[in-house]
Design a protein around this ligand. Structure first.
Ligand SMILES: [Zn+2]
Length: 149
């Protein structure tokens, strides 16, 4: 699964989940990618979008310092509730390493420790550094990481 940060022509920002970048391109081509707020198909990927490709490896949550996203981004277009529930379950089954995420992700990447699924927090600088090292992880939308109270 890949999550893209998207914006419509009216400036509504939301997240879209797709099986692959090809699936996104195809759905966009057929006007199937629509804004959940105003339902227009004029939707563009934001340049700042974080592409996530979970492979049973590391998963990252935005650092707490990252400003809260607008409520509109809570809408995940085109994802059935059962898929969301499954994704939440996957997230729950990862080990929460908190702020040690960059360190733990490196250890897993360089095979210093046995591979396992982890989640945690990284600043955008740390996340960029990890990507530059070729470490694969996903940025999760807050709907998946927020604990239910
Ligand atoms: Zn819109």
């Amino acid at each position: 699964m890949i999550v893209y940060e998207l914006a419509c022509a009216q400036g509504h920002r939301f997240e879209g989940w797709f099986a692959s970048s090809e699936a996104f391109a195809e759905q966009k081509e057929r006007d199937l990618v629509r804004c959940p707020v105003c339902d227009v198909a004029a939707v563009e990927r934001l340049p700042s979008a974080r592409v996530s490709v979970p492979k049973g490896g590391a998963v990252v949550e935005p650092a707490p310092a990252v400003p809260a996203q607008p409520a509109a981004s809570e809408a995940i277009s085109g994802v059935p509730p059962e898929v969301l529930a499954k994704l939440r379950e996957i997230v729950r089954n990862t080990e929460n390493v908190g702020r040690r995420f960059p360190e733990e992700a490196r250890k897993i990447h360089y095979e210093e420790v046995p591979p396992r699924a982890i989640r945690g927090q990284a600043s955008s600088e740390e996340a960029n550094a990890l990507r530059e090292e070729g470490i694969d992880f996903a940025s999760l939308p807050s709907v998946l990481t927020s604990e239910s109270h």
